[in-house]
Design a protein around this ligand. Structure first.
Ligand SMILES: *[C@@H]1O[C@H](CO)[C@@H](O)[C@H](O)[C@H]1NC(C)=O
Ligand SMILES: *[C@@H]1O[C@H](CO)[C@@H](O)[C@H](O)[C@H]1NC(C)=O
Length: 314
């Protein structure tokens, strides 16, 4: 079954909180991207589909094949997409809209179709399952001539795998501005508003960041997402330590890997081959260093979670 009706209150809740599922945590990531639409009518901007208000909507001109495109700035495996239809009038205009997920920004119609909207009652939010389709762009388009595309809210739901760092206590050597240590484990890589969802220390000697997993795990791999906005080379030389000691802030624990470099906005995986530890720390030795982390993921031996596992795998 492709379609499922959500009660309004449930869809609102899903907009603000994430949901824990067997395979991980489901999060609406729509606001992490930047939207554009094929044309603009009135002041019904593309961004109105992401403002949390079903009373403000997007609006194209009456045109051939209108579209709305969300650039998530990174490839995600999309579990489902929700669309909220307008309440005030013309609710049948949405009929026949296609939801696409893929990587082609220029030719939006070449991206694979996840679902076709048959109809959505005025003011209602419908959810469409995309079963883990992968892509950087989410597109909604209506094929045909003299069509108007209006979207009051769009949600893009991704199931993030079971990251051991999620919800744990973070400590870092210093904090610049609002770049709190906790923002490295909030799922959001912060590519649009880095200051609100990456962590960063001050410019200092030997900066470090540490997560307390609260008990000992056998760590198989650590994934680090580097910042997109600037200076990706600041991560160069960062050491990943895993162990049970807090001596030297955990930075005397055995080293899983030393990061040589990570391109801007990229997530790199470091294999730790089952190192045991309660603490995972990142440490850059040297003077005048800044440790910025947009996401840190820690995975356990034998639990190679992927978002596809909820589709009935092992
Ligand atoms: C988009 O790119 C990702 C990563 O390269 C790839 O896994 C995925 O299959 C691509 N999606 C489509 C629809 O081609
Ligand atoms: C860090 O501080 C040093 C010494 O004050 C300075 O030379 C360097 O430019 C600073 N680095 C950055 C990225 O601000």
């Amino acid at each position: 079954m492709k379609m499922m009706v959500f009660y309004k209150s449930l869809s609102l809740l899903l907009g603000f909180f994430s949901v824990q599922t067997k395979a991980g945590r489901e999060v609406n990531i729509a606001t992490w991207g930047t939207p554009v639409q094929s044309t603009l009518a009135y002041n019904w901007y593309a961004q109105n589909a992401l403002d949390g208000l079903s009373s403000t909507c997007t609006h194209t001109d009456a045109q051939s094949d209108p579209w709305w495109k969300l650039d998530l700035l990174k490839t995600y495996s999309v579990n489902s997409v929700t669309i909220t239809n307008r309440l005030d009038c013309c609710s049948t205009r949405i009929n026949g809209a296609e939801i696409r997920i893929g990587n082609n920004s220029l030719d939006v119609f070449s991206n694979p179709v996840c679902a076709v909207v048959s109809s959505i009652p005025a003011g209602a939010t419908y959810s469409y399952s995309c079963r883990g389709m992968e892509g950087r762009y989410v597109i909604v388009n209506i094929p045909g001539t003299s069509k108007v595309l209006t979207l009051c809210e769009v949600g893009v739901y991704v199931i993030f795998p079971g990251n051991l760092a999620t919800g744990r206590t973070i400590t870092q050597s210093s904090t610049i501005g609002t770049w709190l240590g906790q923002q490295a484990i909030d799922f959001n890589p912060g590519f649009i508003q880095p200051s609100s969802s990456c962590s960063s220390t001050d410019n200092q000697t030997n900066p470090w960041w540490r997560v307390d997993l609260s008990s000992v795990y056998r760590v198989s791999r650590v994934v680090i997402t580097n910042r997109l906005d600037c200076c990706p080379e600041q991560i160069d030389g960062a050491e990943i330590h895993i162990g049970n000691s807090l001596e030297n802030n955990g930075n005397n624990n055995p080293i899983c890997a030393v990061i040589s470099s990570i391109p801007a906005g990229v997530s790199s995986t470091y294999t730790c081959n089952g190192m045991d530890g309660r603490y995972v720390s990142l440490f850059i030795p040297g003077d005048s260093k800044i440790l910025t982390l947009c996401e840190v993921e820690v995975y356990e031996e034998g639990k190679a979670w992927t978002s596809r596992e909820d589709n009935g795998g092992g």
